[in-house]
Design a protein around this ligand. Structure first.
Ligand code: ATP
Ligand code: MG
Length: 287
């Protein structure tokens, strides 16, 4: 890393460095987390896939909202970005019923205060995408919250604007991905506020780590769907009978290879580029 850059944080996947008061360097590692636990085994190139895909989406969604991207590193895994005051919520949009959305719906008929039609199946497409924010837990799992709970944490105008932008970003990306054989069942955005008080899309966007990607040709409501990426890892961990607390299990070579292949396939399907071309020149995703 640049000698002058100060290490300011470490997430489950990314290392953060301050370049100066206005700029951060986000470096995406090859770490993989499942059930919120970082596993001891890495997936080679995963950080490059996440970085390249996020940059691809940033460059295609500028018409919807500004984003934090300033430059992509030659190594394909670092992003120079604007340093923002991050919102205290995760901006989740769901187009389909899965994960905690399905769990909440089954228990209460609603998700984050959105009452939904009765009788929906697991993985069913919703009549309209819904905004289902979550708290940003520093430890443990994020918790779904409704508008009321979110307004205890932040300004209502910013909340409404984050909701509007999140839904618009999701609609755009879901339609685009569907034509390339991928259902984006749900996704999580993170926004920050710039010095002028404007919302800016930050973090990673519309990647397999921040979204549920399902292969469209296998989609069938009424059961859980195979996910595009972490399914190998989840299935392997479940079969071991691991209790989902740290430390997680080491992954064998075939699970690593299968997972890497799926991440790269998601990248190639969505961008229409070969991953090799991205490695040779990361700026191909910006064109
Ligand atoms: N432009 C930005 N300015 C300030 N902070 C940012 C910006 N973009 C992203 N971040 C923050 O950087 C961190 C990214 O690291 P990482 O994704 O590893 O964290 P994590 O959220 O703990 O992991 P996970 O995504 O697995 O939940 C997040 O805390 C995110 O909110
Ligand atoms: Mg993150």
């Amino acid at each position: 890393m640049p000698e002058a850059a100060l290490h300011v944080g470490s997430g489950k996947v990314r290392e953060l460095y301050a370049l100066d008061d206005e700029r951060l360097l986000l470096v995406a590692s090859d770490r993989i987390s499942t059930f919120d636990v970082v596993l001891p085994t890495e997936i080679p190139d995963k950080g490059r896939v996440l970085t390249g895909l996020s940059a691809f989406w940033f460059s295609r969604t500028r018409g919807i909202c500004p984003n934090h991207l300033l430059a992509l590193g030659d190594n394909g895994r670092s992003t120079e970005c604007r340093r923002l005051e991050m919102l205290p919520i995760e901006c989740v949009v769901r187009g389909y019923l899965a994960g905690s959305g399905w769990k909440d719906y089954r228990a209460t008929g609603a998700v984050c205060g959105h009452r939904l039609p009765a009788g929906l199946d697991e993985s069913a497409q919703l009549p309209e995408p819904i905004f289902t924010p979550a708290t940003k837990a520093t430890t443990g799992h994020d918790e779904n919250i409704d508008r009321e709970q979110a307004l205890a944490l932040m300004d209502s105008n910013l909340f409404d604007e984050a909701e509007r932008l999140s839904i618009e970003l999701y609609r755009f990306a879901a339609e685009y991905a569907r034509e390339r054989g991928i259902v984006i069942a749900d996704t999580k955005f993170e926004f920050g506020v710039d010095a002028g008080g404007r919302l800016v899309l930050a973090d990673e966007a519309l990647t397999p780590d921040s979204s549920r990607f399902w292969p469209a040709d296998e989609y069938r409501a009424g059961a859980g769907q195979p996910s595009f990426d972490k399914q190998f890892v989840r299935d392997y961990c479940e079969a071991l009978g691991w209790d989902k607390t740290s430390p997680g299990p080491e992954l064998p070579a075939d699970v690593v290879a299968g997972t890497r292949a799926r991440y790269i396939e998601a990248f190639e399907r969505l961008t229409g580029l070969s991953f090799g071309d991205y490695l040779a020149d990361p700026s191909v995703v910006l064109r």
